[in-house]
Ligand binder design. Structure first.
Ligand SMILES: [Zn+2]
Length: 304
């Protein structure tokens, strides 16, 4: 378990979970830290008063350990009762190569060619490791290749070649390569889609969007960024973001997701310089907001 998340403020489960504040002495205003490994309180004094202005008491775990001369990560026996983290699994590079080299129809690549031409479409396929899968006729594989060049897995998706939309009827056409290959006890640790591109230039700013398609398309319109896709806002976390250390990073959330994404970066600012783009939020009409457009939808409208 991640050290940073071992101690959390106790979630509210009625007034029995709120205590006397040791500072202002008011009843029922104090939230204690709990140790998620043992499910016990860290200390009666470690916690936070909810009277932020009138009291402002906050005794954080880090301070508590430091005051008591406990080392934050060694004195406590983390091993007790904690299962070792399973090793990250990888996909055999031959499987990866085969899907990249095949000449079979790939509807997503056809769609890219309809925006520009096949030269650009294949350039993008090569740059972003876009593979083709027989899982569905014309299906695409978005391989996740990490910064070390290892293949974490690939997302298999089916697109409509003419409008570039994902096929979701009669069911959502999405699967993972390791699942399609029925690899037993595969331990997927996702990385950013496009993460391998970080090696090309250490100083280039990074842009993060939700979908693979958006990252790929934006890389042509706005080449001043390295475009990555995170798949979901949940992947904007400390572990995955380590690869962005020291970078300038701009998040481009889909419409309607600004707050969700912007809240994520609060915990990541010690790693890199983050900013959340307000471009879509400020430019979009109400209808577009309801549709949840992304930046690629905008850029493809402009057409260069
Ligand atoms: Zn207080």
């Amino acid at each position: 378990m991640n050290v940073d998340y071992r101690y959390i403020l106790e979630p509210y489960k009625g007034m029995k979970t709120r205590y006397h504040c040791p500072n202002c002495n008011k009843k029922g205003v104090f939230t204690r830290y709990i140790d998620r490994q043992t499910n016990e309180y860290l200390s009666d004094a470690a916690g936070k008063c909810n009277r932020l202005v009138k009291c402002g008491y906050h005794y954080a775990p880090k301070q508590y350990f430091s005051d008591n001369n406990y080392s934050f990560d060694t004195k406590i026996n983390y091993k007790v009762g904690v299962k070792p983290k399973p090793k990250t699994s990888f996909i055999n590079v031959e499987v990866f190569n085969k899907s990249i080299e095949t000449k079979q129809t790939n509807y997503f690549i056809d769609y890219l060619a309809s925006i520009w031409d096949y030269e650009i479409a294949y350039f993008l396929a090569d740059k972003y490791n876009i593979g083709t899968s027989k899982y569905w006729q014309g299906a695409t594989v978005f391989w996740q290749v990490d910064i070390n060049g290892s293949v974490r897995s690939g997302k298999i998706m089916l697109y409509n070649a003419s409008n570039g939309k994902r096929v979701k009827e009669p069911y959502n056409h999405i699967n993972w390569v390791h699942k399609a290959l029925k690899l037993d006890s595969f331990n997927l640790e996702q990385c950013y889609f496009g993460e391998h591109l970080l090696n090309e230039d250490n100083s280039k700013p990074v842009a993060i969007v939700e979908s693979e398609k958006t990252a790929i398309i934006c890389s042509i319109y706005l080449p001043e960024f390295i475009w990555l896709a995170c798949g979901s806002a949940n992947n904007l976390n400390e572990v995955k973001t380590k690869v962005l250390k020291g970078r300038n990073v701009v998040l481009f959330p889909d419409l309607g997701c600004f707050d969700l994404w912007n809240n994520k970066i609060e915990n990541l600012t010690n790693l890199a310089t983050f900013r959340t783009s307000t471009l879509l939020e400020t430019k979009a009409t109400e209808t577009e907001k309801r549709q949840g457009l992304d930046i690629a939808d905008y850029l493809t409208k402009i057409k260069i």
